[in-house]
Write a protein that binds this ligand. Structure first.
Ligand SMILES: Cc1cc2nc3c(=O)[nH]c(=O)nc-3n(C[C@H](O)[C@H](O)[C@H](O)COP(=O)(O)OP(=O)(O)OC[C@H]3O[C@@H](n4cnc5c(N)ncnc54)[C@H](O)[C@@H]3O)c2cc1C
Length: 420
């Protein structure tokens, strides 16, 4: 009997429960279209604009999309002649907006609810190294504006081939995204009637899955769609809910996004622990008010405001807009839900999983719609480390306990799949 694997250190994300994210990233719901993203991101009058990953019509849910939208909002505010701007949220979009404004000589202050910058990108220490608990990869690497910054900073990146994961616990090694299946899914989604969900399309497909089996199709869809969205298939638009991004050139940053974030925040006036509760637009300017108006600096006046908080935070009503956002913005927001994808980083006493050139693994959950994927960080870090992503009903089950219990259960998923 080999010695049991020892978990030396770990980190567990809680994006779903986190008050300042309330989930992973924005998605296109059953009745939504990419135009809804553009609507939310379009200026409200001359003094207010919403930016962030969710406003990008083609690169939502990704850090470079967030950056592009931040830059665009900053350009807009400067072009309107605003001299004093408040940015709400110091994630990548907020930092990008602030840098853009700073570069144009505009006085800019960023109000951030957390005690750190970065938002859904955050590096955490695990066993002496730093790993990402949020965004991990730079997607669409060749055309990714942040990838150019990472190169200029001299950071090391490692490619991941998402098309060739080794499926653990599957007698055949699984179905690593065969060409025909991807085409089959895309073709079916493209002709779906408006208002149809991906779930309905897949249900129809499963009635006649030939030349594959229903199990193969189901697992393929779990890996391709559920893993990339973190919601049930019934919540996603068939036409638009399977968005681009993953599998178009993906590299992760060894040592995490941390140094990139430090660079993006350099010289920016960020006020931490300042949750914004109210954004009031008046004829002569804007008023941005924090949680506690009793405290000094509880509010700030400016010419314009750029709001970059996650859509799920807006949907929860965490920020009151006075006057309320226009109906078009609110309706579009309601069609853009947010999913839940969680991560674990596991530092282990030894490498117990098989070598695989793609550096990527998949384990399907016990029930339909549950899936986990694993990045092998051992070689890049020099120590045995796995970074796991979980989506589907599995997340609710595993994440019910304390962090330590979640990490152990996540490790159990891999060891059980390998029969250890
Ligand atoms: C588990 C996970 C894995 C991911 N993997 C990848 C990946 O590999 N590659 C990739 O490109 N993308 C990935 N993403 C998505 C990526 O992290 C986001 O798209 C991106 O970071 C969003 O940036 P943002 O500035 O739009 O929003 P955020 O980063 O969420 O920034 C918004 C900021 O607003 C703050 N805030 C919220 N409410 C308030 C308030 N009321 N007042 C003041 N501040 C407030 C928040 O604290 C936060 O700092 C991943 C996300 C998750 C959760």
């Amino acid at each position: 009997m080999p010695e049991p694997v020892q978990l030396l250190a770990s980190a567990v994300s809680r994006w779903g429960e986190d008050e300042w994210s309330r989930g992973a990233w924005s998605l296109i719901g059953v009745d939504g279209t990419p135009a809804d993203r553009t609507t939310v991101g379009s200026p409200v009058g001359t003094r207010l604009r919403i930016a962030g990953e969710g406003t990008h019509p083609t690169r939502a849910g990704m850090t470079h999309g967030a950056h592009e939208q931040g830059v665009q909002a900053g350009e807009w505010a400067a072009a309107r002649g605003h001299r004093r701007v408040v940015v709400v949220g110091a994630g990548i979009a907020g930092l990008a907006a602030a840098q853009e404004l700073r570069g144009r000589g505009v006085d800019v202050q960023v109000w951030e609810a957390r005690d750190r910058v970065g938002g859904r990108a955050v590096g955490v220490e695990v066993g002496g190294s730093t790993f990402d608990l949020g965004a991990n990869w730079l997607q669409q690497f060749d055309e990714n504006v942040l990838a150019r910054t990472v190169e200029a900073l001299g950071l090391r990146t490692v490619a991941t081939d998402f098309t060739d994961p080794l499926v653990l616990g599957s007698p055949t090694g699984g179905v690593p995204r065969p060409e025909g299946l991807t085409r089959g899914l895309r073709e079916r989604l493209a002709v779906a009637a408006p208002g149809t969900s991906i779930g309905q399309v897949v249900e129809e497909w499963l009635r006649d899955p030939r030349p594959w089996t229903a199990e193969v199709v189901r697992r393929f869809v779990d890996a391709e769609v559920v893993m990339d969205t973190g919601v049930p298939l019934s919540s996603l638009s068939a036409r638009h809910g399977f968005e681009a991004g993953v599998g178009e050139g993906d590299r992760w940053i060894v040592g995490s996004y941390r140094r990139l974030l430090d660079h993006l925040a350099e010289g920016v006036d960020v006020r931490l622990r300042r949750p914004v509760r109210r954004v009031e637009v008046r004829d002569d300017g804007v008023l941005v008010a924090g949680a506690d108006e009793e405290v000094h600096d509880g509010e700030v006046h400016a010419d314009a405001v750029i709001v970059t908080v996650p859509f799920a935070v807006l949907a929860a009503g965490a920020v009151e807009f006075v006057p309320p956002l226009p109906g078009g913005h609110r309706d579009a927001l309601a069609r853009l839900p947010t999913g839940r994808v969680e991560k674990v980083v596991l530092r282990l006493d030894r490498r117990f999983w098989p070598e695989h050139a793609a550096g990527y693994y998949r384990v399907h959950g016990p029930g339909a719609g549950s899936v986990s994927e694993w990045l092998d960080a051992a070689e890049a870090d020099g120590r045995p480390t796995l970074v796991g992503l979980f989506a589907g009903p599995w997340v609710e089950e595993l994440w019910a306990g304390e962090d330590e219990a979640v990490a152990r259960a996540a490790l159990g998923v891999v060891t059980a799949a390998l029969g250890l």
